[in-house]
Design a binder for this molecule. Structure first.
Ligand SMILES: [Zn+2]
Length: 418
C-alpha cells in the first residue's frame, strides 16, 4: 500500500525574491481561471481531458503569462481536476458555480521544483528562486527518511504570517500486514475515541468548544469590530493548531494501540454516522468544529495506520451503540442516554457505552458478508483487552493462564489526552 503525506515546511525566502513568488502565484491562478473560461470544445462544453485541454489552452497560457512550461501544465491540470469535480456535482443535481482560483498557492512538480534535505529551488516567472527550510523536528524526521520519495509540492503564501510555505508531498510503499486481527474504535463526542482493547482517549473540553480559544472566539464574534476580526483571525490559526495537535496525539496513540495488539485492521464507523449522532441542538459553530475535527481525525488515523501497514476500514453504521457486544441483543433501552452506561436487558452485561460500541464496530468488520469484507481478512479476530473474539463470538485469551473473560475484559486503561 502506498503512504502519501503532505509535509508543510516554512520557507526562508530572500527578501528580494518575495515579489517573484507572489507574481508567480498570481499568474498561476490566472492560468487556472483562464483554463476554466476557455477550456471548452466547439459545442461550448467544458473539456475534462488533460491532453485535449493542452491543445486548447497551453499556447495561450504561454503567451498570456510568464510562467515556465511546467507551471502552465500544472495550472491547466489543476483547473481540469476542479472542473471534473464540479461536473460530477452537477450530475448529482447540485448547483455549484464554476471553479474560481484565488487562494495564494501554486502547484509544483519535479521539473519546476528541486527538493533537497534542507533547501529547495522553485521555478518562477523570473528564473529559479533558492529557499532554505525553517524546520521543526516533525518535518525534519520526514525529510530525513530516505524511504520517502519527495517530488511534488505546492507553494503557499500565508497572509497571517506573511510567510511562504512549501507543502511537500512525500510517498513510500509499505507492505500491508496480512494478519487477521481487528481493533474496533468508537469515535464520539464524550470520549473522542474508545478502543475495543479498552483505551479511552479523552479530548476533554478542549476539542468540543468549551476551551479557552473557543470562548474568546465566540465573544469576539459578537463584537464584530475591525480589531476583533483581526484578533479572531490570529486566534483561529492558533486554535486550529491546538486542536490538530490533540488529534495528532490521539490518532498516533490509537495506531500504537493497534500495533501493540498485532492488529492489521482498524474498524471505524462511516463518518456520516458520527455526524448524525451529534446533538442537533448544538450551535452551528460548534457543529462545524466537530465535523471538521472528526474528518481530520479519520484522515490522520488512516495515514498514520498506513505507515504501519495497518488498514483503516469504515463499517456501515447501525445499532452499534444499542447492541450488546456480548450476546448481540439489540434494544434502545440497553444504553442509558444520560450516563452513557450500557447494561444489556437480556444478559445483564455492563460496560461503558462507548467501549461496548467499540467492540461492536470491530465485530461488525469480522462479520461483514463475503464481498463486502476487505480481501485478505480471512478468519479474523477482534482484539480485546485480554484476548480476542472471532466472528462467532468465541473468546481466546492472549495469555492461556488467564482465560476468564469476565474478570479480565474490563476497560482499565484510561488515557487522558491532556
Ligand atoms: Zn447481552
Amino acid at each position: 500500500m502506498e503512504v502519501t503525506r503532505t509535509i508543510p515546511v516554512k520557507l526562508d525566502v530572500p527578501a528580494e525574491r518575495h515579489d517573484d513568488l507572489h507574481r508567480t502565484i498570481k499568474q498561476f491562478n490566472h492560468a487556472c481561471n483562464y483554463t476554466v473560461q476557455h477550456g471548452r470544445n466547439e459545442e461550448g462544453y467544458l473539456i475534462l481531458n488533460k491532453s485535449t485541454i493542452h491543445d486548447h489552452v497551453y499556447y495561450d497560457l504561454r503567451d498570456e503569462t510568464d510562467l515556465p512550461a511546467n507551471l502552465c501544465i500544472r495550472a491547466y491540470s489543476k483547473a481540469v481536476e476542479a472542473m471534473k469535480s464540479t461536473v460530477a456535482d452537477w450530475k448529482k443535481g447540485n448547483s455549484r458555480p464554476l471553479p474560481r482560483f484565488d487562494k495564494p498557492s501554486a502547484v509544483y512538480d519535479k521539473r519546476t521544483l528541486t527538493i533537497n534535505d534542507r533547501s529547495a529551488t522553485l521555478s518562477t516567472i523570473n528564473g529559479r528562486v533558492a529557499v532554505d527550510y525553517v524546520l521543526g523536528d516533525y518535518q525534519q524526521s520526514y525529510l530525513d527518511d530516505n524511504d520517502y520519495e519527495k517530488r511534488m509540492g505546492t507553494l503557499h503564501y500565508r497572509e497571517d504570517e506573511d510567510a511562504f510555505y512549501l507543502h511537500i508531498v512525500i510517498k513510500k510503499e509499505v507492505e500491508a500486514r496480512n494478519g487477521d486481527r481487528v481493533l474496533g474504535v468508537d469515535l464520539n463526542l464524550k470520549n473522542v475515541a474508545v478502543t475495543s482493547t479498552g483505551s479511552f482517549y479523552d479530548g476533554g473540553e478542549l476539542l468540543w468548544g468549551q476551551n479557552h480559544y473557543f470562548r474568546v472566539r465566540r465573544s469576539l464574534q459578537h463584537k464584530g469590530t475591525r480589531s476583533a476580526k483581526q484578533v479572531l483571525r490570529r486566534l483561529s490559526g492558533r486554535e486550529t493548531r491546538f486542536v490538530l495537535n490533540r488529534l495528532h496525539t490521539i490518532s498516533r496513540r490509537i495506531v500504537e494501540e493497534a500495533d501493540a495488539h498485532d492488529c492489521s485492521y482498524i474498524a471505524v464507523e462511516e463518518l456520516t454516522h458520527i455526524r448524525e449522532r451529534m446533538d442537533n441542538r448544538d450551535d452551528q459553530v460548534k457543529r462545524q468544529l466537530h465535523n471538521w475535527a472528526f474528518r481530520e481525525l479519520q484522515e490522520m488515523l488512516a495515514y498514520k495506520a498506513a505507515e504501519y501497514g495497518i488498514r483503516v476500514e469504515e463499517i456501515p453504521p447501525a445499532y452499534t451503540s444499542q447492541s450488546c457486544s456480548k450476546c448481540g441483543h439489540q434494544s434502545n433501552t440497553n444504553r442509558n442516554s444520560e450516563t452513557g452506561w450500557f447494561e444489556c436487558t437480556e444478559c445483564g452485561y455492563e460496560a461503558d457505552g462507548d467501549y461496548n460500541a467499540a467492540k461492536n464496530i470491530g465485530r461488525k468488520l469480522l462479520t461483514l458478508p463475503e464481498g463486502k469484507r476487505p480481501s485478505g481478512l480471512g478468519d479474523s479476530h477482534l482484539a480485546l483487552k485480554s484476548g480476542t473474539l472471532n466472528g462467532n463470538g468465541e473468546y481466546t485469551a492472549y495469555d492461556a493462564s488467564s482465560s476468564d473473560q469476565e474478570s479480565t475484559d474490563k476497560p482499565t486503561t484510561s488515557v487522558v489526552g491532556r
